[in-house]
Design a protein around this ligand. Structure first.
Ligand SMILES: N[C@@H](CCC(=O)N[C@@H](CS)C(=O)NCC(=O)O)C(=O)O
Length: 207
């Protein structure tokens, strides 16, 4: 049975398509009209009580949370390639930046954009300048987060950077812009963008 991704092209599910294209397993997309609240249907709430996309179903496995979907797919279908094996020291760097994206960059950028009041010592995403510096240090002198080796961490971390740059939620520092351009050269990302666009057109969505 192929993997099913509950999907809308203007959601984080678009990144999950990139993840699936990188691992190269067969999958099908189940369109969910998030504008009409399809993600809050009883069937989908049973899969994700948050009522959000993306949701990936692979046999008996149900995975939600974009980063978890990427980590799951890489471990399950590309261990030793897109995911360093558990006994590989590179796994530490891999996990570190994969989790940094949803736990620090996403709330950190949102906090800045929405002018949240918070104490950096108490908020898990901390000080904004420190976050930017940490991100730059992760990329300094490297083609990808693990060096020359592209990994699923680049999809997770990179998709977050690309989204934030696109919507002016992240300072366009040279390291981020250059990394984003390197990622744009990934054939799997190009296939994913074409597939997301095709779904948008099929459903008459304005791109
Ligand atoms: N932390 C979740 C966030 C998921 C999320 O916020 N999804 C949005 C689309 S990008 C959604 O489904 N929004 C519809 C809603 O909240 O009703 C993840 O990384 O997957």
């Amino acid at each position: 049975m192929p993997i099913t991704l509950y999907h809308h092209p203007f959601s984080r599910a678009a990144t999950a398509v990139w993840m699936l294209e990188e691992v190269g397993v067969p999958y099908e997309l189940a369109f969910v009209d998030i504008m009409k609240g399809g993600q809050k249907s009883a069937d989908l709430l049973a899969l994700n009580p948050m009522g959000k996309l993306p949701i990936l179903v692979d046999g008996d496995a149900v995975v939600t949370e974009s980063a978890a979907i990427g980590l799951y797919l890489a471990d399950r279908y590309s261990l030793g390639q897109l995911a360093p094996a558990p006994n590989d020291p590179a796994r530490a760097t891999y996990l570190r930046w994969s989790l940094f994206a949803p736990s620090v960059i996403e709330p950190g950028a949102m906090a800045k954009a929405a002018h949240w009041e918070f104490k950096p010592m108490q908020a898990g995403w901390g000080d904004h300048e420190a976050m930017l510096h940490a991100m730059e240090s992760a990329l300094a002198g490297r083609e990808f987060l693990l060096g020359p080796q592209f990994s699923m961490a680049d999809v997770i971390f990179g998709a977050t950077i690309r989204f934030m740059l696109r919507f002016n939620m992240l300072e366009a520092r040279p390291a981020f812009v250059a990394y984003s351009k390197r990622l744009a050269g990934r054939p799997a990302l190009q296939r994913a963008e074409a597939r997301n666009l095709a779904v948008a057109q099929e459903h008459g969505l304005q791109v």
